[in-house]
Write a protein that binds this ligand. Structure first.
Ligand code: ADP
Length: 549
């Protein structure tokens, strides 16, 4: 028997229409390259999105066509986040930090019809264009002899009225490639339904908890897992949005100038921003919460933000494949009487599944997967399913490496889950160090190293070893004052917490740790340099001239 309720499709047009009708005077602010702020209200954005939909239709864009963006976090990019999916086409944000060769392959695989290019990236886009061959481009900036079309010109020639007409909520709305931390980037094709449901889930009080009184700053790039869904979640809640353009360095100024209440980005961003934010404690008092994910947020950094700045850290885990939110670390009512240290230890975990996400911990056996207990000790592979998780990759047939026969996504993350449902990522399966048949968690070692006041960044990798299979090596970046050799101190510090065989064989002191295109530690690059299997590129050079043993 079917129920008697409306079968009203869940589409992004509903989010846009709601934002316009109910929150029409809320604002979108963008930091422009010249340092000034561009500001307009939702009503203006709405009018422009409708004209843009007409302009795209005039350009011959049809339902299902993929349209790429090569852009920073700006109001133009936000307009495209709505106009493209709402007219039935597929938004494909390109990761501007990938190499031209990788991007040309991605554009080719996606069969993008058109690409919108941010003028701030015009020069670097040329290198990509040389690899891609001819493709229609629309530049955000003024028209030049090389420009096919200029963005603002689209508006002057376009009709203002447009009626959204997505009837099937399972139509594709966006295509995002994984950042390729391990292996090549793979395409994830979201539907209107999946993104709508992810938006509802993200906006729950115990998830991102955005409200109409918030001012949201997504520092996470709009090409990284759809900016974690924040462009949709913010506007559905009616929050003001602040977009940092290409300047992710002036975070404290931007927060102070625009009254940001919630900001989001990877831990690297928050580690780099901390000294500046600390100096400006009073002018950034509007900031109440930081959403952080993509990589483990170290315990010490959580403590600094919460204790010194009074900012709540929402540590979340997810994947491009999951739209991306899967878990979030919040304290439970029963945790309120714990000591601060115990509270931060819980918050440094990746957290509990958000409503709608199902998790299981699994071990592969000869007969398939066996479920493992949630005891906070047993390590297994994290598997997931939810209405906003991919069931296959774009143009790749599902393989047992990524999806189980009973249709769970294999995340590739090794984790424990405790009795309360808190997940703790031990490592990515590919980063887990196997030494003498035992596992060593690089994340646990890195977290412990970061407790030392002289350690600014740390990355631990397993290098091949004839006797043990693999042995850990720690690469450490010190704060300015920590010039002396601290290997012995670090060794002793780790020995107090971990078994002897976990202690890294060597501590390598570096100027910086190479990062992936979305700001995570690039362990593949570190390994390459440590084992010398490839020549390190100048950009990724990590060793200081005075390498210490
Ligand atoms: P890529 O797999 O190319 O890095 P994603 O950005 O989608 O692309 O990365 C998802 C992965 O990032 C997860 O599988 C996990 O390994 C890691 N990750 C995400 N959030 C966290 C977190 N809070 N703590 C630890 N690891 C995380």
């Amino acid at each position: 028997m079917y129920g008697l309720m409306m079968d009203h499709p869940l589409t992004l047009a509903q989010i846009l229409e709601h934002a316009y009708r109910i929150h029409t005077d809320k604002h979108v602010t963008t930091l422009l390259p010249n340092g000034t702020l561009h500001r307009y209200d939702y009503a203006t954005l709405y009018g422009r999105v409708k004209r843009l939909a007409n302009a795209l239709t005039e350009l011959g864009i049809q339902r299902g066509d993929r349209i790429a963006t090569y852009a920073a976090n700006t109001y133009q990019h936000l307009e495209l986040y709505y106009a493209i999916p709402c007219l039935g086409a597929v938004l494909h944000p390109l990761n501007v930090r990938l190499s031209p060769t990788q991007l040309a392959q991605i554009v080719h695989e996606a069969e993008d019809k058109l690409v919108f290019v941010d003028s701030a990236y015009a020069t670097q886009f040329q290198a990509l264009q040389d690899k891609m061959g001819p493709i229609h481009t629309v530049y955000f900036g003024p028209k030049s002899p090389d420009t096919d079309t200029c963005y603002e010109q689209l508006f002057s020639d376009a009709k203002p009225a447009y009626t959204w007409d997505i009837r099937d909520e399972n139509s594709a709305m966006g295509l995002c490639y994984t950042s390729g931390t391990h292996g090549e980037p793979r395409g994830v094709l979201y539907t209107h339904r999946s993104m709508f449901l992810h938006t509802l889930a993200a906006n729950q009080a115990d998830v991102f908890g955005l409200t109409e009184t918030d001012v949201v700053l997504p520092i996470v790039p709009m090409f990284h897992a759809m900016a974690w869904g924040l462009p949709y979640a913010s506007m559905f809640a009616g929050a003001d949005i602040v977009l940092p353009g290409t300047k992710i360095t002036a975070i404290a100024d931007l927060i102070a100038d625009t009254g940001v209440t919630v900001a989001a980005g990877v831990p690297t961003i928050w580690a780099a921003a901390y000294p500046e934010l600390q100096k400006r404690r009073t002018d950034i008092s509007s900031l109440r919460r930081v959403i952080v994910g993509g990589e483990a947020m170290p315990h010490a950094l959580i403590e600094s933000y919460e204790k010194e700045l009074g900012v709540e850290i929402c540590h979340a885990w997810g994947m491009t494949e999951m739209s991306p939110t899967g878990t979030l670390s919040k304290l439970r009512a029963g945790h309120q009487n714990l000591t601060d240290t115990e509270k931060w230890r819980i918050k440094a975990k990746q957290g509990r599944p958000i409503p709608g996400v199902q998790l299981r911990l699994a071990a592969e056996t000869a007969d398939g997967f066996k479920e493992l207990p949630w005891d906070g000790k047993t390590i297994g592979e994290l598997q997931v399913r939810s209405p906003w998780t991919a069931n296959r990759y774009y143009k790749i047939a599902p393989t047992p490496e990524h999806f189980t026969t009973d249709k769970w996504l294999r995340t590739g993350d090794m984790a424990t889950i405790d009795a309360e449902g808190y997940v703790q990522i031990v490592d990515r399966a590919k980063s887990l160090i196997r030494s003498g048949g035992e596992s060593i968690s690089s994340i646990a070692l890195e977290t412990a190293l970061l407790k030392h006041p002289y350690v600014r960044e740390a990355a631990v990798v397993g290098i091949p070893d004839d006797k043990w299979g693999e042995r850990p090596i720690a690469v450490v970046v010190c704060t300015e004052k920590g010039g002396e050799n601290i290997s012995d101190t670090l060794r002793q510090q780790l020995a107090a917490e971990f078994p002897k065989f976990w202690i890294p064989d060597k501590f390598v002191f570096a100027d910086e740790i190479p990062k992936t295109s979305v700001g995570k530690s690039d362990k593949r690059a570190i390994l390459t340099q440590l084992t010398g299997t490839q020549n390190p590129t100048e950009k990724n050079r990590i060793f200081s001239p005075t390498q210490k043993k």
